[in-house]
Design a protein around this ligand. Structure first.
Ligand code: ADP
Length: 490
């Protein structure tokens, strides 16, 4: 072969390799475009796990190279970095957060209601939010491949995608994903409100938005979503049954081919005693002895009897029926005769009253904090010996996973996501599990935890073990990415 021919072949080779490289580059460079819509996102607004999950998922997806934009309402306390077309905008760690503004709807003290109950105009508030997502996407000329909506508050987005915006060229290839964080909250409204939605009455039927003559936004979201998932594999199964389906078991069963369960995770940049600035003394499995300094400081701050050998039980929770407050309050009196309890939470007025009465009687052993307080939450996870989660049902639960990281042994009812995350110590796991939903079983579990706690050496080994469990977002975000890809390929 002559010199020129060799040069030509080399040139061709370089050209072909270059093209292959470019192909990869385009593939790599053309990042997946995902829009997340949620009524609460940490650190901007939070009432529970929904906010934690949406905030952490967005950041984890961005780390994987996804182009992520998050839409949420512009609440009273939010201070965006800048405003754009009248909306709020903040960019953080590669994620754009867009705050949809309407002061008459969102400049209020609560996210969803006040102590008097839910705001009466919640349908108007969240359907406005949902429509605005499209208005803004159009103004920005953005065509996401996936719109990922969370719970009933953002279900309107999925409904509009397949109704009002079904013919819109910009959204022709856009697919909708719905994550159900809690089936007990469905966004049910009187039929008279339907015109506010701005969609045709043809969708008010039992195969779409109608639910026993009322409007059900979550049901609409499930029906119109291309893919649905919930926050743990066990809950994904449970919600297809009448016991846990809250009346939507039939719709969910019909959707079962497109219904996944992806376990939530924890953001270890927020929840890690090794770097936590909100606790009394930082610690890790290697410096586990320093956990005792947290307990000491906490007992002092809360005015509890200072005693390292008394079992200190913590709870950070919405005070709702779901969370097992009924069996806990029945068991609490006898628990408080031997152990210490600290509760942080807000919720139903009747539980506030019940707990307040006990707090007056057990001043040295019971600290009741009826408020939302991020700092106190961190101190509870760090200072307590055990964490109480007697939930009647639990879609996933984050607190048990946070507790592990802080070497705080979870005491849990065997249900939903708690089944997927907590195995009993007797079965080689890291928690104390009770199966029957009753105050007697809960008390028995607490006594079992106390027996374990008394055996200091074995207890320390247990704490070190659970602190090393890994429930990080890396794996969970990859599962979401796979789910998105599957949805795009539908
Ligand atoms: P849910 O989403 O059902 O409320 P999760 O266990 O999934 O329950 O998540 C609860 C999250 O909210 C956790 O991060 C927990 O620490 C936090 N949390 C709940 N109540 C309070 C409160 N009163 N103050 C501070 N944090 C709270």
């Amino acid at each position: 072969m002559g010199r020129d021919a060799r040069i030509y072949i080399n040139y061709e080779l370089i050209r072909v390799l270059g093209l292959i490289g470019l192909g990869f580059y385009i593939k790599e460079g053309g990042a997946m475009r995902v829009v997340i819509c949620s009524s609460e996102v940490f650190p901007f607004a939070k009432t529970g796990g929904l906010a934690d999950v949406c905030g952490a998922l967005a950041l984890a997806l961005a780390k994987l190279g996804v182009e992520v934009k998050v839409f949420m309402p512009f609440y009273k306390n939010i201070q965006p970095q800048k405003t754009f077309l009248g909306y709020g905008l903040t960019k953080e760690k590669g994620v754009e957060f867009i705050f949809i503004r309407n002061d008459s709807y969102f400049f209020r003290d609560g996210l969803y209601g006040s102590s008097g109950g839910d705001y009466p105009d919640n349908l108007e508030r969240f359907s406005f939010f949902s429509r605005q997502v499209f208005t803004l996407l159009k103004r920005m000329n953005l065509s996401p491949q996936i719109i990922h909506c969370h719970d009933w508050q953002a279900s309107g987005v999925l409904i509009y995608l397949k109704t009002l915006y079904a013919q819109e060229p910009l959204f022709r290839d856009t697919k909708g994903v719905l994550t159900i964080h809690n089936l007990a909250y469905q966004g049910i409204f009187e039929r008279e409100k339907y015109p506010f939605l701005g969609i045709d009455w043809e969708y008010f039927n039992m195969h779409a938005l109608e639910f026993y003559a009322k409007i059900n936004l979550l049901k609409g979201g499930i029906v119109f979503a291309d893919m649905v998932n919930t926050v743990s594999p066990t809950y994904a199964q449970q919600i297809q049954s009448p016991e846990y389906g809250c009346g939507l078991e039939g719709v969910l069963f019909e959707k079962r081919q497109r219904l996944a369960g992806i376990l939530n995770a924890i953001d270890y940049e927020v929840w890690d005693p090794k770097i936590d600035k909100l606790i009394y003394k930082k610690y890790s499995p290697l410096t586990i002895k320093d956990k005792a300094i947290n307990k000491q400081g906490f007992q002092k701050e809360l005015g509890l009897t200072k005693d390292k050998d008394i079992l200190l039980l913590g709870m950070v929770s919405r005070l709702a029926e779901q969370k097992g407050i009924d069996i806990l309050s029945q068991a609490l009196e006898s628990i408080l005769k031997k152990h210490q309890v600290v509760i942080l939470g807000v919720g139903d007025e009747r539980y506030h009253l019940l707990l307040k009465r006990l707090a007056q009687r057990f001043k040295k052993n019971f600290s009741l904090n009826l408020k939302f307080d991020e700092t106190l939450a961190h101190k509870i996870y760090a200072s307590c010996d055990c964490f109480l989660m007697p939930s009647r049902f639990e879609p996933c639960g984050l607190s048990q996973m946070i507790s592990y990281k802080y070497g705080t042994v979870p005491i849990v009812h065997h249900t939903g996501g708690l089944i997927d995350t907590v195995k009993d110590v007797d079965d080689g796991g890291g928690g104390v599990v009770f199966t029957e939903y009753s105050s007697a079983s809960l008390m028995e579990a607490v006594e079992r935890a106390k027996t374990l706690f008394s055996k200091k050496k074995a207890w320390e080994t247990l704490l070190k073990k659970i602190m090393r469990y890994n429930f990080s977002w890396e794996l969970t975000a990859k599962k979401y990415l796979e789910l998105y890809q599957k949805t795009i390929n539908l």
